[in-house]
Design a binder for this molecule. Sequence first.
Ligand SMILES: Nc1ncnc2c1ncn2[C@@H]1O[C@H](COP(=O)(O)OP(=O)(O)OP(=O)(O)O)[C@@H](O)[C@H]1O
Ligand SMILES: [Mg+2]
Length: 445
Amino acid sequence: MDGFQSKLTSSLRFRLSLWLSLAIILVAVAAGSLSFFTAFKEAKVLQDDQLRQVAALVDEHGLPVEPPDLSREDKEADPDLKLIIQTLGDSGAGTGGEKIALPAKLLHDGIQTIVLNGERWRVFVRTLRSGERLAVAQQSEIRDQIATDSSYRTVLPLVVLIPILTALISIMVGGMLKPITRLSHEVDSRAEQDLRPLAAHQIPDEIRPFVASINRLLERVAQAMDLQRRFVADAAHELRSPLTALSLQAQNVMATELSSETQARLIPLQQGIDRAKNLLEQLLAFARSQALVKSAVTPILLLPIVRDLLEDIAVQAQAKNIDLGATVEEGLSVLAHDLEIRTLLRNLLDNAVRYTPQGGVVDLCANAVAGSLCIEITDSGPGIVDAEKTHVFEPFHRILGQEAEGSGLGLAIVKNTIARLQGDIELLDAIHGTGLVVKVRLPRV
Ligand SMILES: Nc1ncnc2c1ncn2[C@@H]1O[C@H](COP(=O)(O)OP(=O)(O)OP(=O)(O)O)[C@@H](O)[C@H]1O
Ligand SMILES: [Mg+2]
């Protein structure tokens, strides 16, 4: 019942189908009842006319009152023939040869209903030209049965039509609401940054203003996001120069002759400045990855980029004695900005090396699989538990208890970049032992 209630309030299609079907059933029941009772009444009038006509035929053509005895089979086949024709005063004879005792004194000329031995009879009495009184009678029960049967036959088309009509309504309403369903699927399947206006063609006129207001809202959201992105990018950019100056100053101070105590105190200062520089770089990359406008790109080869990145990260890997390797299929290219793809792979390789303990293994493998470019980065680190696999893509989210430092922006940048490139990313558990397999798929050139 709860499901029905919620469907009743939430589904326009369900409500339209339900109320239209109820209206049709209501009208059909009213029309059916009316035609049933009209047909019943008309059948009764017709039956009375039949009695009158039989009496008139006997009178005008002087037919014998005793009709021929019909075979049993015929009697059963047509109950209509169960007419009693007799002159009042004799014992009478039916179409089947039956006789009934009619109370001559109580019967007047014309049509009437009487009760004989507990059974109701419809009797028409006519005074013949010979002066005799003729009665034509029929049992009310048989008359009612015939009238009811013929009335039901008038209602039958309606009974057949109701389920067909309700099914048609449900199909038609579904068809009419299809553009709205299509629109909601389109919105659902969009990437977070895709704030392009919704296409309003093939949308019913009644829904068009709603789509237009959603488009205005999308435009405002896009403007607000762009403003926020530019603010972050500008702030990071503005902070870059003073921080670089600060870092140089710290290096200069370190180069001068200082007591070992002062030297020791300067090391955390230098490390802090490095962390801040790293955070600014990540913030700039994050703002870039959020950019809404996609500029024209040309295909770029993957192999040279991977080579450069491996060289950059080799020092970090050697410091932890990590076995760093890569296998990239020759000639693989991707449709993206050079910086975009470098930032994406650098963040993934950096994570793999940073979170893999001493003596571990990090491997990059890139190949073409069924029309897309598949890049897999496998490490032998602690991996990521399933509950965290979606959260790690949120900006500034870091898993608690992590020794290695970081700003928590790397995977958010990766996610935005992959969305811009219309690819997808999966975090899987390593097949052997612990570790993470990051699987990236990008459209191939
Ligand atoms: N290869 C990996 N193995 C284990 N944990 C990982 C791995 N990659 C990412 N994580 C976890 O996911 C979190 C988010 O990673 P993300 O790259 O977004 O940020 P970060 O590495 O902390 O900082 P940075 O912005 O410097 O990259 C990390 O803090 C880490 O806990
Ligand atoms: Mg990272």
